[in-house]
Ligand binder design. Structure first.
Ligand SMILES: [Zn+2]
Length: 80
């Protein structure tokens, strides 16, 4: 019976110490989100790949990952 009391005491101390450590470690600065730093991402209207807006090609009100896809999509629209 003495052994049980000792184990209970150890567990109790462990839980108290853990709670204290957690509450003191709360003041971490939050990291900024990475996606926001990279700027806007647009979707290619031809193949659907996502590219940064500054790398995208614009044709009318559509955005493309490359000049080839802008031309290819225009060709498809004309043929369609
Ligand atoms: Zn594309």
């Amino acid at each position: 019976m003495r052994m049980l009391l000792l184990i209970a005491a150890i567990v109790g101390v462990f839980l108290i110490v853990r709670t204290l450590l957690r509450s003191s470690g709360r003041k971490r600065p939050e990291k900024p989100e990475r996606l926001k730093q990279q700027g806007a991402v647009v979707r290619c209207a031809h193949c659907g790949i996502h590219v940064p807006q500054f790398e995208a090609y614009r044709s009318g009100n559509r955005m493309y990952c490359s000049r080839d896809h802008a031309l290819a999509d225009k060709r498809d629209q004309n043929e369609g």
